[in-house]
Design a protein around this ligand. Structure first.
Ligand code: NAP
Length: 394
């Protein structure tokens, strides 16, 4: 009998046969899910569990049927079952929700966007030594530019705000500015860094780096750095040490910080000096995709949005409309997100099986078109055939 995952005292209780809601998504979403689902089920079964995926409508399918892109029943299911997986959703054009993905993250308070980035041997990469990259990015999901606080030039709201800034705060603004506000709080910054440090402890990572632009934005990004060091010191003093205080024999997790532009350079020149990254929203947005490019692109990097005792795992790419129905799209991002979900459930052995199988198939030279077109010696296969090969070696 399938059972619900539950949470008590912030701890996840996972039965051996959990119900996991699925949003198949728009565009290539359904064909990717059809490929990934049997692999996740087989990995669970091989490690003595059973997973019951239950599909819920969202996106274009839901709109056609219910005239709503995200029916309340779907949102409720994601809340109630605690752990779910989703394919990409297209952003509705016109009024209403700004982006369904952002809406889901905010509605469920999934405050960390988590992206593990490591290279699978054989995958074509634009850098010389992609194997040196082994990082996990924790990007803050609820504040900074994601708060969406901005007003167009010439609007009455922008004019009112500009007047307030000029008169009350002596800000010398040019006429008719477009204005945006970048809110960042101690609470949201600290919980993000806390999650990153907890991950580093659990996974025995050597360092956590706070990536910020505090040299210019002192009271937002600079404060993120300060709050990050504070969490490390007050809550994880036994397990962490700031880089400036580290002695050679100290084996604690090193807390570093880097200014964002420097960090982009570091990830290309000395990626092996970095492990877990914790960063505000906009830096994380750029950094996540830049790092994904180094290991093969959007088709292969996994992702998750995680809150306290609740998580939605998702492919990092969009609906790739030009590949819809073409049996071309790479299912690896969704598959690896599924493997990450199995890890999150505490089923790391099942996650390992999937990563090994994927890496074996790629090692044999079989790749979907996005990767194969960059590698003359590779054998291109369609989405379905790629999934079948993974299933065979699992
Ligand atoms: P996209 O769907 O990610 O596609 C951009 C390009 O990335 C594709 O043209 C293709 O590159 C490559 N690509 C993406 N997924 C791939 C896969 N699985 N296999 C192989 N190649 C893949 O981005 P977009 O075109 O900007 O956005 C389309 C829609 O998706 C929009 O409505 C957007 O709002 C939405 N979106 C949703 C999410 C989400 O649900 N989390 C995220 C991003 C975007 P080539 O053309 O070079 O082959």
């Amino acid at each position: 009998m399938p059972q619900k995952i539950s949470v008590q005292d912030n701890k996840l209780y996972v039965p051996n046969d959990p119900i996991i809601p699925v949003i198949e998504g728009d565009g290539v979403g359904p064909e990717l899910w059809a490929t990934v689902k049997p692999i996740l089920e087989a990995a669970a079964q091989k490690t003595g569990r059973r997973v019951h995926f239950q599909a819920f409508p969202a996106g274009e399918v839901a709109y056609a049927k219910y005239n709503k892109h995200l029916p309340e029943e779907t949102l409720q299911a994601l809340k109630e079952h605690r752990v779910s997986i989703k394919g990409p959703l297209s952003t509705p054009v016109g009024g209403g929700i700004r982006s369904l993905n952002v809406f889901i993250r905010q509605a469920l308070d999934l405050y960390a966007c988590v992206r593990p980035i490591s290279h699978i041997k054989g995958v074509p990469s634009p850098v010389k030594a992609p194997q040196k990259l082994n990082m996990v990015i924790f990007r803050e999901n609820t504040e900074d530019v994601y708060a969406g606080l901005e007003w167009p030039s010439g609007s009455s709201d922008a004019e009112a705000l500009a007047q307030f800034l000029r008169l009350q705060l002596n800000v010398p603004l040019a006429p008719s500015p477009a204005l945006g506000i970048k809110p960042m709080t101690q609470k949201a910054s600290k919980r993000l860094v806390r999650m990153a440090i907890e991950w580093a402890i659990k996974n025995k990572c050597p360092s956590v780096t706070l990536v910020h632009k505090g040299n210019i934005m002192k009271y937002t990004e600079g404060a993120f750095r300060t709050w990050g060091y504070e969490v490390a010191k007050t809550e994880f003093g036994l397990q962490t040490v700031p880089e400036s205080e580290k002695e050679p024999s100290d084996e604690r997790i090193v807390i570093k910080d880097r200014i964002a532009d420097n960090m982009f350079m570091q990830t290309l020149l000395r990626p092996d000096e970095y492990s877990v990254i914790a960063t505000p929203n906009l830096n994380g947005d750029y950094l996540s995709d830049a790092l994904a490019a180094q290991i093969g692109g959007l088709g292969i990097a996994p992702g998750a949005n995680i809150g306290d005792g609740i998580a939605v795992f998702e492919a990092i790419h969009g609906t790739a409309p030009k590949y819809t129905g073409k049996d071309f799209a790479n299912p690896s991002s969704l598959l690896l997100s599924g493997a990450l979900m199995l890890d999150y459930l505490g089923w790391e052995d099942a996650g390992v099986l999937i990563r090994k199988a994927l890496s074996n198939v790629i090692g044999l030279g079989f790749m979907t078109g996005d990767l194969a077109r960059q590698l003359p010696e590779a054998t291109p296969v369609g989405t379905r055939a790629f999934g079948e090969k993974i299933l065979k070696v699992l």
